[in-house]
Design a protein around this ligand. Sequence first.
Ligand SMILES: Nc1nc2c(c(=O)[nH]1)N[C@@H](CN(C=O)c1ccc(C(=O)N[C@@H](CCC(=O)O)C(=O)O)cc1)CN2
Length: 282
Amino acid sequence: MNTKVMYGSTVARHIRTDLEGTVLKLKEKEITPKLTVIIIGDNPASETYVRMKKKAAEKIGIQSTILELPSDTTEQYLLSIIQDLNQDLSTHGILVQLPLPDHINEKKVLDAVSPDKDVDGFHPINVGRLSISQEAFYPCTPLGIMKLLDFYGVQMKRKHVVVIGRSNIVGKPIGQMLLNEDATVTYCHSKTEDLFEYTKQADILIVAVGKAHLITKEAVKKGAVVVDVGNTFLDSGKVVGDVVFDNLLGHASHITPVPKGVGPMTITMLLYNTIEAAKRLG
Ligand SMILES: Nc1nc2c(c(=O)[nH]1)N[C@@H](CN(C=O)c1ccc(C(=O)N[C@@H](CCC(=O)O)C(=O)O)cc1)CN2
């Protein structure tokens, strides 16, 4: 079987070119989309992702600010910053980079971001809207996966999708988005017994665990579509996914690589959501 490699980097380039045009049109109406990213502490991976977000935003004309706060920032102070940004008319998108330090309550922080500026799609109002298929800000990684599957012509309707991972950022919302497209969805997670009995039944397998090399071809039905959301940094500095990519070549019908697969789509969907917020808020 000739496996089709689904490059998010390629799809992202196409979408970002379109978005750049949309930003120019907004600027003609004197609207400059603005994204503010808040990062707390010094997690090296988070610092990398935040830098990538700023660079990608500025490349297409979105104004971008990073607020770097020390790891001992209090929850109260962080909440006050978010309140200020909610009120600031020039800010369209607010994003708090995760994970947060242990002393800060993630739920409280995400609830504090105005749902109208919640370009991450993590506010309960946006989560609820997704669950009833309403217009909302959808979380960037699952939205990016949907665009990627669509670009490569992967049919979702009536397919059996197995999602490994039940995080609020990826696992739960990607299952809901696929359900909204009439797929049949099975969720697996750390307490699932006989995991591979499920994965072997998948027409589309989404792996979002963060465990390097979890999935080899023995766990995958021949001809399945495999989407790897893993991003684990090895001591060598190399980034790897949850799937043994080379092992699946010739076995899967489609597969995403790591890097250059889902990751670039995550950042592209953040740009998309920020522009949507600017259109709505003006
Ligand atoms: N507030 C948020 N926090 C986090 C999110 C999120 O969507 N919102 N997701 C992840 C991290 N993440 C974005 O923040 C992210 C992860 C990976 C990539 C990416 O492009 N990875 C590259 C490889 C890494 C590299 O090149 O250095 C790839 O896969 O090609 C982008 C964004 C957790 N936190």
